[in-house]
Design a protein around this ligand. Structure first.
Ligand code: B12
Ligand code: SF4
Length: 542
């Protein structure tokens, strides 16, 4: 038997609980056991995410060949019901709670309809407790899965949840959740919610009532929870030992573009610290391949995880799932490589990235998965005095065994260079700085203040497709700063980079020596076609 390191799926146990008691139900989870295609059954239900669609259709075909009708539901069938209908007898679009009994009645009468869909979301009150008795308990890390809420108040571009469960955040009555938790064996529970802290008031009540049960629990939450010290403390006191947090990207531009600007990059380090201060283990999700990701993203992200001792980093390749805003955008831009759903698994490139090639994205992702679970990286992330040190090491070993199966990857050659390029250059002499002239001069002065007066920050991004390095400069520049800049830029010049664009817009002050040096080295050229192109060049006055 295959042992699933994950927790059991709630989908089919929830569906079994909705089934009238006079009907015998059997659950087969192909993650942990093979399907018996010869089994004597009357009706087959299949579920699956997008990546499971090809397999779900094969399974349906095998049973239908024997004349057994098949019903399909879940994220994929709900997003593409017409496609699913070609392979099955009936499709349940969306939640099953309000349609499943009716469907069974129709089946008994021999008149299954092609589609079942309720226009409203179901009530979260009095949901029957999932039929955990139908699962092979020894096959999972735990079968204690409970759902407290559905939907999410946010609407991230790449996420399927809001489209599927609605923007309205629906909560089960706390007392019903508590009753369900009380009935579970063992001390550990997984709340499979997408965002357990999506409603502060509800979460407060839930955590308060969980406290006396003395259970330990894990779940998912958005980063907003880390900005609420009172709620975070309560979560920890109620038994929270680990949280999956969708960090997604270290670039504000990326986060803005995918409608996740509520994740504030400047607060990430603090957020991770807040979780650790409560001894909450962090499972952080990162997406590679967003439109502002260049070749440096893999190493940058992994080093962030190591610096912040993120216990279990999980890397995904951006995947446009049908039904999401991202899918529509990618499709309208002609960037989808194919619609072979089996490859829409978060580990395979299925679209054209903007700043790098498909191959670089795939190899860089593979590198991050493997390197992230190398002993060296595990050591950096978990080796610090912590109460649950043992759990952290054991979980890393389990993740490492999965990471080892990732195909070989490599770090793109420019990655290291890009990290170096992005380092801040400290200024030695700020006395001779000359303020830049421009409409935003006063604003700029305030913005730069004393902080930027003694540094020059470099933000560079490489477009592998255009073979161009874009460098945005921010702060102020003296002769030493300019010298260091020239040194770094010359260092990046290699066959791969064909053009460097320097953007001076956010440089608030220069020394005249710095300008002279840049000009002498040929870095202030503005003509197209040159190797170096300077934009937003400084006008200065003394
Ligand atoms: C817990 C969870 C996990 C767990 C366990 C997976 C599982 N299947 O339980 C883990 C952490 C392993 C996981 C991993 C992944 N997950 Co996940 N996961 C979830 C989560 C949060 C809850 C699933 C759940 O139990 N829901 C509760 C049940 C009751 O709801 P339900 O499954 O939708 O079922 C209802 C209806 O859909 C319907 N129904 C469903 N199936 C059927 C079948 C029939 C016959 C009928 C009649 C009705 C019916 O009836 C049910 C009751 O109403 C969902 C988000 C969500 N809120 O659903 C994401 C979600 C399912 N995951 C998602 C993704 C993308 C993944 C990953 C691919 C991520 C990645 N890139 O690696 C991996 C895949 C791993 C794998 N190999 O399967 C996406 C799927 C999107 C899509 N369109 O395919 C979701 C929707 C989240 C999202 N952000 O978009 N996941
Ligand atoms: S916060 Fe998480 S669950 Fe909510 S929409 Fe964004 S990605 Fe989806």
């Amino acid at each position: 038997m295959i042992k699933d390191i994950w927790f059991a799926r709630l989908t089919l146990t929830a569906l079994a609980a909705l089934t009238p008691p006079d009907i015998e139900v059997k659950i087969t989870d192909e993650n942990v056991e093979p399907i018996d295609f010869e089994e004597d059954v009357d009706l087959v239900g299949v579920t699956g995410m997008v990546m499971h669609a090809p397999r779900a259709y094969q399974i349906a075909q095998r049973f239908r060949q024997r004349g057994i009708p098949v019903v399909m539901g879940g994220p994929h069938a709900s997003s593409l019901p017409l496609e699913a209908k070609e392979y099955v007898d009936a499709v349940v679009i969306g939640e099953a709670e309000n349609v499943w009994e009716g469907l069974i009645e129709d089946y008994k009468k021999g008149c299954l309809k092609p589609f079942y869909k309720e226009d409203t979301f179901c009530s979260m009150e009095r949901l029957p407790f999932p039929r955990l008795d139908l699962l092979r308990k020894d096959a999972y890390m735990t079968v204690n899965c409970v759902q407290t809420t559905r939907g999410c108040p946010h609407q991230c571009d790449f996420c399927h949840v809001t489209h599927f469960f609605g923007k309205t955040y629906r909560c089960r009555p706390v007392e019903e959740v508590i009753e369900e938790v009380k009935r579970l064996d063992g001390e550990f529970v997984v709340f499979i919610d997408d965002n357990i802290a999506g409603n502060r008031h509800y979460a407060r009540e839930l955590f308060t009532q969980l406290k006396p049960l003395k259970k330990k629990w894990a779940s998912q939450a958005s980063m907003t929870l880390t900005r609420d010290p009172e709620l975070l403390k309560l979560a920890a006191e109620s038994g929270c030992v680990s949280l999956f947090i969708g960090v997604e990207s270290l670039s504000s531009e990326n986060l803005k573009e995918v409608n996740k600007a509520f994740n504030q990059v400047s607060q990430f380090e603090e957020a991770m610290k807040a979780l650790h201060d409560h001894d909450i283990m962090i499972l952080a999700g990162f997406i590679f391949g967003l439109d502002h990701d260049d070749e440096g993203v893999f190493e940058r992200t992994l080093r962030f995880c190591e610096r912040n001792r993120i216990e279990l980093p999980t890397f995904f390749i951006l995947t446009p799932l049908p039904g999401t805003a991202l899918f529509q955008r990618m499709e309208s831009e002609g960037r989808l490589l194919h619609k072979d759903w089996g490859q829409y698994n978060g580990a395979t490139v299925v679209f054209k990235p903007r700043l790098m090639t498909e191959e670089t994205l795939q190899r860089g992702f593979n590198w991050a998965c493997k390197e992230g679970y190398s002993w060296n990286s595990i050591f950096k992330r978990v080796f610090h005095p912590q109460q649950r040190f043992f759990t952290r090491v054991v979980s890393n070993i389990a993740y490492r065994s999965i990471a080892q199966r990732t195909p070989e990857g490599y770090l793109p050659s420019l990655s290291r260079i890009l990290q170096k390029m992005n380092d801040t250059i400290p200024l030695g002499n700020t006395r001779d700085l000359i303020q830049r002239v421009g409409e935003k001069i006063t604003e700029k002065k305030l913005l730069i203040g004393q902080k930027a007066a003694d540094t020059l920050k470099l933000y560079s991004i490489y477009n592998e497709r255009l073979k161009t390095l874009f460098v945005r400069l921010e702060g102020s520049m003296d002769r030493e700063g300019a010298k260091e800049l020239v040194k770094r830029l010359k260092g990046v010049l290699n066959v791969e980079i064909q053009k460097v664009i320097l953007d001076f817009k956010d440089v608030g002050a220069f020394s005249s020596e710095a300008i002279a040096l840049l000009s002498r080295k040929g870095l202030l050229q503005t003509e197209e076609g040159k190797l170096w192109i300077a934009v937003n060049l400084p006008g200065i006055h003394d």
